[in-house]
Design a protein around this ligand. Structure first.
Ligand SMILES: *Cc1c(COP(=O)(O)O)cnc(C)c1O
Length: 424
C-alpha cells in the first residue's frame, strides 16, 4: 500500500506518467479543449472514445481514392474496398481473444445482437427462456424482449433477470446458478453484458459460459463496455457469440461499425438459421449473382451488406494503435490507472460518494461508478463546469473511465483534485 499523502500529489502523478511505457500514445489522439484551448480532463472513453489523429489520414485516403477511382476503388484503391473488412479482423481478434476467422466488423451493435439471436436463439415449446442482467443497457433489453415476442412468447414470463440482492449493487454468481436451477431445462440463452455499463462490474466469462453450457444453454455476451477494456478471451472461454460497438473503448468514431464474434465450433454449421445477405456469400462466387446462398465459413458468413468504408477506415486507424501498444500492456496500465483513481477517491474519505464498482481489478475494467448520496446531480454538473468530462447515469451515478491509451495519471489526479474542491 502506498503512503496515502504521497500519492495525492502532482509530483507523484507526473512521476507515474514518466514511468508509463504507453505514455507516448496520448499524443496520437485529439483531446477536446476548453474555450482557452486547454485540454479538458476527458474520462468518458466508456461513452465515446477520442479520435486517433491517424483516423483523419485514413478516412481522407478513402475519400481521395473514391474521387480518383470511382467504382474501380473496389479493386484498385490503395486499400481495396472489396476485402476492406478483412484488414481489421486480425487486430480486432487479438483484442477480444479470438481467431481472425471468428471475428467480423459489420453493422452496429444492436443489429448484430438481433442477427446473432436469429441464429442462436432457437426456442422450443419447453426451452425458451432468456437470462439477462437486470441492469442491462436498455437497447439489449428491448432487443431480447422483442425476440421473445417475435417467437410468440410472453416476455414477462420468459425473460429472467439476474438481479442484485436487496440493498446490493452487484450481481452474484451464485444467484445466476440458482436462476438456472430454478428454471431447469427451460433456459435457451444467457445474453449478458460485460462489463456492466452502470456498475462497471465485469462478470466472470469463463465460469458463466461453463455454467450456461452445463445447462445446455447458449451463452452470448454484449461487449460494448468490454471490447478494448478487458480481455474476454472469447475463443478459449468457449463463448458461443459476442457483439460489441467500436466507438467506446475502441475509439472508432460516433456510430461507427460494430463487431461480432461467432465461435469456431459454429463456423461450418450451415444448418444454423440466419438472416442472409450477399456479403456473407462465398467470395469466389459472390459476383456470379445467380447462385444459392453459400455462406462463408466463420463470422464473415453473417455479413449482409458491403461495408461502409469510411467508418472502417477510422476503425483501421484505431486498431493500428492497439496493435502497436499491445493489448496486454494496455490492460496492465489500465489496472494501475484505475487503481490510482480508486486510491485517491478513497483518500478523500468523503461519505457523499461511494464507489460501487468491484474492488478486485479482475472483476472490473477501467470504469469506476461513483454513487452520489442523495442522487445529487449538482455535483456532476459542477464537475463538468470544472472541465472534467465524465457522465451521469440515472438515478445516482457518475461514471469515470480513465482510458489507458490516452489518459494520464495526471488526468486522474486533476479530476480528483477538482472533485475534492467541490466536496469541500
Ligand atoms: C453502448 C451500448 C449499446 C449501444 O447500442 P448501438 O446499437 O451501438 O446503438 C448497446 N448495448 C450496450 C450494453 C451498450 O453499452
Amino acid at each position: 500500500m502506498q503512503n496515502s499523502s504521497k500519492i495525492a500529489t502532482l509530483e507523484y502523478a507526473k512521476d507515474q506518467d514518466k514511468k508509463d511505457p504507453l505514455q507516448r500514445f496520448r499524443a496520437e489522439f485529439n483531446l477536446p479543449t476548453d474555450a482557452n484551448g486547454k485540454p479538458k480532463i476527458y474520462l468518458c472513453g466508456n461513452s465515446l472514445g477520442l479520435q486517433p489523429k491517424l483516423a483523419q489520414t485514413y478516412v481522407q485516403q478513402e475519400l481521395d481514392d473514391w474521387a480518383k477511382l470511382g467504382v474501380d476503388g473496389h479493386t484498385d484503391a490503395q486499400n481495396p474496398w472489396k476485402p476492406y473488412h478483412e484488414f481489421l479482423s486480425e487486430s480486432m481478434a487479438k483484442i477480444v481473444g479470438a481467431k481472425a476467422s471468428e471475428v467480423v466488423m459489420m453493422n452496429t451493435l444492436t443489429v448484430n445482437l438481433h442477427l446473432m439471436m436469429v441464429s442462436f436463439y432457437q426456442p422450443t415449446s419447453t426451452r425458451y427462456k432468456i437470462i439477462i442482467e437486470s441492469d442491462a443497457f436498455p437497447s439489449d433489453k428491448y432487443a431480447v424482449k422483442s425476440q421473445l415476442e417475435f417467437h410468440g412468447f410472453n416476455a414477462e414470463e420468459a425473460l429472467l433477470e439476474w438481479t442484485p440482492r436487496e440493498g446490493e449493487e452487484l450481481c452474484r454468481y451464485e444467484d445466476l446458478e440458482k436462476l438456472l436451477k430454478d428454471n431447469k431445462g427451460e433456459v435457451a440463452l444467457l445474453m449478458l453484458g460485460n462489463t456492466n455499463y452502470y456498475t462497471g462490474q465485469k462478470y466472470p466469462i469463463k465460469e458463466i459460459t461453463e455454467l450456461g453450457h452445463a445447462h445446455n444453454a447458449i451463452v452470448g455476451f454484449d461487449l460494448a463496455h468490454g471490447a478494448g477494456n478487458i480481455q474476454p478471451n472469447l475463443h478459449e472461454n468457449q463463448v458461443d457469440f459476442a457483439v460489441w460497438c467500436s466507438y467506446k473503448y475502441l475509439n472508432s468514431g460516433p456510430g461507427s461499425v460494430g463487431g461480432c464474434f461467432v465461435h469456431e465450433k459454429h463456423a461450418n454449421n450451415k444448418n444454423l438459421k440466419r438472416f442472409a445477405g450477399w456479403w456473407g456469400h462465398n467470395k469466389d462466387t459472390r459476383f456470379n449473382m445467380r447462385k444459392e446462398f453459400d455462406p462463408i465459413p466463420g463470422a464473415e458468413g453473417w455479413q449482409l451488406s458491403n461495408p461502409p468504408i469510411l467508418s472502417m477506415a477510422a476503425i483501421r486507424a484505431s486498431l493500428e494503435i492497439f496493435e502497436k501498444a499491445g493489448f496486454e500492456n494496455i490492460r496492465k496500465k489500465s489496472e494501475k490507472l484505475t487503481g490510482y483513481l480508486e486510491s485517491l477517491i478513497e483518500n478523500l474519505g468523503n461519505n457523499k460518494i461511494e464507489i460501487i464498482t468491484p474492488k478486485n481489478p479482475a472483476d472490473r475494467g477501467c470504469q469506476l461508478s461513483l454513487k452520489v448520496k442523495g442522487a445529487d446531480k449538482k455535483l456532476f454538473n459542477q464537475l463538468s463546469e470544472a472541465g472534467v468530462i465524465a457522465d451521469w447515469r440515472e438515478p445516482n451515478v457518475i461514471r469515470v473511465a480513465p482510458a489507458p491509451l490516452y489518459n494520464s495519471f495526471e488526468d486522474v489526479y486533476e479530476m480528483v483534485e477538482r472533485l475534492k474542491k467541490l466536496l469541500a
